[in-house]
Design a protein around this ligand. Structure first.
Ligand code: SAH
Ligand code: SF4
Ligand code: F3S
Length: 444
């Protein structure tokens, strides 16, 4: 049995999606409230929280190698190792198994139970090794402390969980059923984020456009109300499912100026037989119709998506349909993945598992097409003048990085500060970023 001195410092390391980043921030706030301080950069922490992702096998393997590395490399001169907590989706999916496989872990907490972290920590310190993967009726959001200081671009989880059960995906099991947070809580949290320094808020959910409150309000209503917060400049939302993409939300892209012209709408594959086997419950055509409507509402809207190559049974010809779809849509950016069989999901035991070498080749081909598409999109922006939200310093002296309305990374030089919204002319494009020129120095 390992006992620990009460931790004085912590580090939270988040993997996976933006919802994990949000959860990581909230766990950090909770630990700070307990009087534990964030460990300075480069220094060992007494408590390490690994906020994990279960989406693909490689993400899971990374957790176990991290546990090994932390418990070895970080071993103190006095012989003590840090207290390791595993949170997030691997915690939910593997629970007790983590305790068996990784003796260095002292605490396992699932993504819906992390508000119980302080009590669990008290148990872990005396050698208890607690595991909590409940999805309790009280929601974590009701008991978490208020938001502290945030950067210019903040996340706000409005919806969690998924009822869609795509045949390849673990999220419905790790995050549970779809739930929407109450309207008034979200407005209050958004106001606090703005008071704490946010100029842009990205509303998050595994199916964010399925957000609906008890009074029947849907996401566009929430966006409309948040847009009235005076010093909030920009609103985004992610990730959306095609089946929950309503006419009202599409119209919001036309009607609400603060809603940025960007839509991340994963399609996964460009072939209807594959989509059916994935249980996506939309077709290529119905997906394309949504994109047409989005473009009609907001002609400059930037489109983004997720793709899986090598789903069981996918033939060369079916894969080619995906490449064709990418060429047809003209995405601004995208994420693409090799199919990874996940334990307990229907696809993992389907016939026709695709050999790794074929998946490699398909991924390379798809990524080349996506790269061409992003480059073409960025090149099409050259000459545009737009607002850029400055979010960090660049590598070179006097250089700054920020985001355009279309979520492009833009770098430029000038006399600005983080959090400024500045006017920039886009001059030169690469596939992943653009160079710009500052038009109105913020501190002139
Ligand atoms: N709810 C969102 C995305 C959730 S996960 C949606 O449905 O669009 C993020 C992305 O990971 C998915 O869009 C999918 O492209 C990918 N993904 C999920 N499960 C996967 C698996 N088993 N193998 C490979 N990629 C996967
Ligand atoms: Fe996973 Fe599908 Fe739900 Fe997205 S919609 S989280 S891919 S099950
Ligand atoms: Fe990963 Fe869980 Fe997000 S599995 S992608 S961290 S919801």
């Amino acid at each position: 049995m390992t006992v620990f001195a009460p931790p004085k410092t912590y580090r939270v390391k988040s993997f996976g999606c933006q919802m994990n980043v949000y959860d990581g921030e909230r766990m950090a706030e909770l630990l700070s409230q307990q009087g534990i301080a964030p460990a300075p950069e480069g220094e060992q922490a007494d408590l390490v929280v690994l906020n994990t992702c279960h989406i693909r096998e490689r993400a899971v393997e990374k957790v176990y190698s991290d546990i090994g590395r932390i418990s070895k490399d970080w071993r103190r001169n006095d012989g003590t190792a840090p207290l390791i907590a595993v949170a997030g989706c691997v915690a939910q999916a593997e629970g007790e198994e983590i305790m068996k496989r990784a003796p260095a872990v002292s605490l396992v907490v699932g993504p819906q139970a992390y508000h119980r972290l302080p009590a669990m920590l008290a148990q872990a310190i005396v050698g208890g090794r607690p595991v909590d993967t409940d999805m309790p009726a009280e929601t974590k959001f009701d008991v978490l402390p208020a938001r502290r200081k945030v950067g210019p671009s903040a996340f706000l989880t409005v919806q969690e969980g998924c009822d869609k059960v795509c045949t390849y995906c673990v999220v419905p099991y790790t995050r549970g059923a779809e739930i929407s947070r109450p309207f008034s809580d979200l407005v209050a949290e958004a106001e606090r984020l703005v008071d704490a320094g946010a100029r842009e808020i990205t509303l998050l959910g595994q199916n964010v456009n399925a957000w609906r409150d008890a009074d029947g309000r849907s996401l566009e209503k929430l966006i409309e109300v948040l847009a009235a917060i005076p010093s909030l400049a920009r609103i985004r939302y992610t990730t959306s499912h095609p089946n929950d993409m309503t006419g009202g939300l599409i119209a919001a892209h036309r009607d609400i100026e603060k809603l940025m012209p960007f839509l991340h709408l994963p399609v996964q594959a460009g072939n209807d037989r594959v989509l059916k086997a994935m249980n996506r419950s939309h077709s290529v055509d119905s997906y394309l119709r949504i994109l047409d409507q989005a473009r009609a509402a907001r002609p400059d809207i930037a489109l983004s998506g997720d793709f899986i190559v090598g789903f069981p049974g996918e033939t060369d010809a079916e894969f080619e349909d995906t490449v064709r779809l990418v060429e047809q849509v003209g995405y601004a950016q995208c994420f693409s993945f090799k199919y990874s069989p996940r334990p307990g999901t229907p696809a993992a035991t389907m016939d026709g598992q695709v050999p790794p070498a074929v998946m490699d080749e398909r991924l390379q081909r798809l990524q080349a097409a996506l790269q061409r598409s992003s480059l073409a999109f960025n090149q099409g922006s050259v000459g545009r003048r737009c607002q850029v939200l400055v979010d960090r310093r660049g590598r070179q002296e006097g250089q700054w990085l920020g985001k355009s309305p279309w979520l492009q990374s833009v770098h430029f030089t000038g006399d600005v500060a983080i959090g400024d919204l500045v006017e920039v002319e886009l001059l030169e494009a690469g596939p992943n970023s653009l160079a710009g020129q500052l038009l109105h120095p913020a501190h002139a």
